[in-house]
Design a protein around this ligand. Structure first.
Ligand SMILES: Nc1ncnc2c1ncn2[C@@H]1O[C@H](COP(=O)(O)OP(=O)(O)OP(=O)(O)O)[C@@H](O)[C@H]1O
Length: 227
């Protein structure tokens, strides 16, 4: 438990730097940008469909398809992550689809993400229950994820990401499948948690209201004249 608290300590939070990133596809520059995201800040990336928003997140997270040619760096503080495999970068990623493991219970999904440094069955279970409780899902531990509403799934996905002690967050339109009221509520929760955990975050969205709520720098890619 203590290890986990230390791993999540705000003092460990560092800025995320995307330095001189240039991504090419079939000989054409798809996108080129540089940005620094401070701990607790949310950078929003907007642009038309196909402009490379998800590709940028894949570059940052270390899962870029080899069809792309990329140059530039991804740094956390002064640590260069560029050459590291995805599992060694410790990015917390939320997609449009919550992607909960269907063969595990809700609690099992959370337990799965708790770092191995947290030892003891009981401590791990307590941590998972606390994470569910925090987002209004007390008593959901044994539920089958398939039986959850869209908003409930989104909250489990959020807690699963945060409990994994990520070093930065990549948010790929995580609210776009939710209806308006729920979207707003979930967005507020995700942004609140991102700020409270002092993690730098990159949000990809088509929605101006998301960008406004994120409250940070907004970068538009894929407009005429870019690249
Ligand atoms: N594996 C791949 N091989 C070749 N081209 C790809 C591959 N993945 C994506 N692309 C192309 O790269 C471009 C950027 O795709 P990307 O998914 O990053 O766009 P996006 O801005 O996130 O779009 P959307 O808003 O529709 O999700 C698109 O033209 C897409 O067709």
């Amino acid at each position: 438990m203590q290890d986990f608290a230390r791993a999540n300590s705000p003092t460990r939070s560092k800025s995320l730097m995307l330095s001189d990133v240039r991504i090419r596809l079939a000989g054409r520059t798809l996108l080129a940008l540089s940005a620094t995201v401070m701990p607790g800040e949310i950078l929003t990336v907007m642009g038309p469909s196909g402009s490379g928003k998800s590709t940028l997140l894949a570059f940052a997270g270390g899962f870029l398809d080899p069809a792309f040619e990329a140059s530039g760096k991804v740094l956390i503080g002064d640590e260069d992550l560029t050459g590291l495999a995805a599992n060694r970068r410790h990015a917390g990623i939320l997609f449009q689809d919550p992607l909960l493991f269907p063969h595990l219970s809700v609690g099992g999904n959370i337990l799965f993400a708790i770092p191995q440094s947290v030892s003891g069955r009981r401590a791990r279970r307590e941590l998972a229950e606390q994470a569910l409780d925090e987002v209004g899902l007390a008593g959901f531990f044994d539920r089958d994820p398939e039986t959850l509403s869209g908003g409930e799934k989104a909250r489990v996905a959020l807690q699963r990401v945060l409990i994994s002690a990520p070093r930065f967050l990549l948010l790929d339109e995580p609210f776009s499948k939710l209806d308006t009221a729920l979207r707003q509520q979930t967005r507020d929760l995700v942004f609140f948690k991102a700020r409270a955990s002092r993690l730098p975050a990159v949000l990809v969205t088509h929605d101006e209201a998301d960008a406004e709520a994120a409250g940070g720098l907004v970068i538009e890619i894929g407009r005429e004249g870019d690249g």
